[in-house]
Design a protein around this ligand. Structure first.
Ligand SMILES: *Cc1c(COP(=O)(O)O)cnc(C)c1O
Length: 393
């Protein structure tokens, strides 16, 4: 028996259960069509909602930032890593979101690890939607607060649980995804905020998939529901619709000031590079100027989803461009994905633990860079494979 034998055993188990993820390698920039493992395929699984990942304006600004400011930040933000360009991004994001202030981090994942443990700790209680993203779950665990899960998107269940803890002396935090990344449904934020307010709980939403998608010109879920000033902490990512990499939190100036002192990834991990920041600023500028890309994204999504439904596919409860094609067992989802790839479609299967057991799916991500003929190509292939595998009649 070797001390690392468990590694091999676990990998074998994953393979047997259809849960071993084949990691494909891209040989081209992000776009509607990409080269993957030597093959040109239609890209239906990136989070590049608006095409910013390879946008000429973002690339130009990133290059300019490298020429003017170099490639590395050189330090953590609190020592010597805060450049003027970081502050510029944070101010622009605040204006865009209609928030008092923002603070940026290295990723959305890091933002949750940064914010949650700074806001609650031992003796406090977190009320967390049962389907929240892994980074929220990890942020909650890291905080050492008690974690109470409420039923998915269920403000009444949240109310019951808050009631149970009414006399609890610690701070209370209610946290939810804005758009749930695997199902594409939108959190009932107005109701959640109303309940949380009654029990004097702090509110936090992680809008990673609502950023650039929901609200006026992609201003996100708070804008979508007109809840400006009502959500205490609004986390966003710069790695999805914004096309670059990074994360941020929007809140009152005082809260941001506090996070600058307390958020550990801000204090102990280096800042993002000038090129990333410059590109993110360009994305904010483009969205501030025009909603053209966001409108195109929704037109594409509405078209694709309507057609998939009429083909007979179960696309779940999505209210956004995220389109889960529900298949049930993980091996079927993997087989479906493999056949699609042979037909020239890149759409990854997603299984446990990313989604619950028995709810494996192919998650289709629609983008503004898709053309109608691309979507028609995808529909044709989904129909073909769906019939071959007996998923549709
Ligand atoms: C993708 C995602 C993140 C992570 O964002 P990154 O910037 O990629 O680290 C965080 N929260 C949610 C809800 C997400 O969907």
């Amino acid at each position: 028996m070797g001390k690392l034998d468990f590694v091999k055993e676990e990998i074998e188990r994953l393979k047997k259960e259809g849960l071993y993820v084949t990691i494909r390698t891209l040989e081209s920039p992000q776009g509607a069509w990409i080269k993957v493992d030597g093959k040109e395929v239609l890209n239906l699984c990136s989070n590049n909602y608006l095409g910013f990942a390879n946008h000429p304006v973002l690339k130009e600004r990133a290059k300019k930032a490298i020429d003017e400011l170099g490639v590395g930040p050189g330090a953590v933000r609190t020592i010597a890593g805060t450049m003027k360009i970081h502050r510029e991004l944070e101010e622009k994001l605040a204006k865009f979101k209609g928030a008092e202030a923002t603070l940026s981090f290295q990723s959305g994942f890091n933002t949750n690890l940064a914010v949650i443990p700074a806001i609650v700790g031992r003796g406090d209680v977190i009320f967390s939607d049962e389907l929240n993203h892994a980074s929220i779950i990890d942020g909650c665990r890291l905080s050492r607060a008690e974690i109470v899960r409420f039923n998915h998107a269920d403000p009444e269940d949240l109310r019951k649980k808050l009631e149970e803890y009414k006399e609890h002396p610690g701070r209370k935090l209610v946290v939810t995804d804005g758009v749930f990344s695997m199902d594409g449904d939108i959190a009932p934020l107005p109701e959640i905020v109303e309940v949380a307010e009654k029990y004097d709980a702090i509110t936090m939403v992680d809008d990673a998939h609502g950023e650039g998608v929901l609200g006026k010109s992609g201003r996100g879920i708070v804008d979508h529901f007109g809840l400006h000033g009502k959500v205490d902490l609004e986390v966003g990512t710069l790695s999805k619709a914004f096309g670059v990499v990074g994360g941020y939190v929007a809140a009152k100036e005082e809260v941001i000031d506090y996070l600058r002192q307390k958020a550990r990834p801000f204090l102990f991990s280096s800042a993002v590079t000038p090129a990333d920041v410059a590109a993110a600023i360009a994305a904010v500028d483009i969205l501030t100027d025009s909603d053209e890309l966001v409108v195109r994204l929704w037109d594409n999504a509405n078209y694709f989803k309507t057609e998939m439904k009429s083909l007979g596919f179960d696309i779940g409860i999505s209210q956004t461009p995220i389109t889960p094609v529900m298949l049930g067992e993980a091996p079927l989802a993997q087989e479906f994905s493999k056949r699609l790839f042979k037909e020239g479609i890149f759409a990854q299967a997603i299984g446990y633990p990313t989604v619950p057991k028995g709810k494996a799916r192919i998650r289709v991500m629609i983008s503004a860079v898709h053309e109608k003929k691309d979507l028609d190509f995808a529909l044709e292939k989904f129909e073909k494979v769906g019939k071959e595998l007996g998923v549709i009649g």
